[in-house]
Design a protein. Structure first.
Length: 262
């Protein structure tokens, strides 16, 4: 199959799947959603860690050879710093709690909620474009690696899309329109995939470093965003469930990598 077609299919199916799962998730009762969300996040954590550490980074290191391993480490470090800065900017733009400096008492509720909805939509779209670029970089290195990366990113996108959809509905947007915008936002990953394909195909020597940045993205989200939330549950039963679901996420990625590499 043509490599560009692989990228378009992976980004489109991943975007649609995450948006549709998020939409169906909202059909559940609030109590059921609250019960299932930590399990979904635990699974996504394992999938992202496995894709980064067992798939992306080893591939990048093999591609550059032993002499350039420190350069891959530098790209990984730079990627983590980049995503830290990007998250700071997103938090600053999306901050809308009553004790947040940019939005102290002079702001008003409904207008702020509507603005937050559009900001979240724009932010999710940009994030999905970047995800598409990272998936394209993985496919350009190896189809197997592309499939694993797309799967790991899709696992993370479900709670993200769910959160974005909830904000859109809270901002007063009609449900059907919110669902439509959520799907369109998810599909911007296709644009990122196509742009990444044409940009990186002409710069193949940069591919291992792009792969390292992709690994940094998955590692940063898993370690900085997902794991701290998991630590809020301290009961033994909940902790055991988290460990098992994280392990399941790892197993799914390893199985997928073995299956696509066969």
């Amino acid at each position: 199959m043509n490599l560009l077609l692989w990228i378009v299919l992976a980004t489109a199916l991943g975007g649609l799947l995450s948006a549709m799962l998020a939409s169906s998730f909202l059909a559940l009762t609030p109590e059921r959603r609250a019960h299932l969300m930590p399990h979904l996040i635990s699974f996504a954590t394992g999938a992202m860690l496995a894709a980064a550490l067992l798939g992306l980074l080893p591939e990048a290191i093999v591609a550059v050879g032993p002499a350039r391993v420190p350069a891959i480490g530098a790209a990984l470090l730079g990627g983590i710093a980049l995503f830290f800065i990007l998250e700071k900017l997103v938090l600053w733009r999306h901050c809308h709690t009553e004790d947040c400096e940019p939005h102290l008492p002079h702001d008003h509720g409904h207008g702020r909620e509507r603005a937050a909805g559009w900001l979240v939509l724009f932010g999710d779209g940009m994030h999905n474009v970047l995800d598409g670029v990272l998936i394209a970089a993985a496919f350009l290195t190896d189809v197997r690696l592309g499939v694993v990366t797309a799967l790991a990113i899709s696992a993370h996108e479900v709670p993200q899309e769910l959160g974005g959809l909830a904000v859109l509905l809270h901002s007063g947007m009609p449900a059907r329109r919110a669902l439509g915008f959520n799907v369109l936002s998810s599909l911007t990953s296709v644009l990122g995939g196509v742009v990444g394909y044409f940009a990186l195909e002409n710069a193949l020597e940069a591919l291992p470093y792009a792969i390292a940045v992709a690994a940094a993205s998955l590692l940063y989200v898993a370690v900085a965003d997902l794991i701290p939330g998991l630590h809020r549950r301290v009961d033994p039963r909940g902790a055991m469930a988290q460990v098992l679901l994280i392990a399941l996420g790892v197993v799914v990625i390893v199985f997928t990598e073995a299956l696509t590499g066969a």
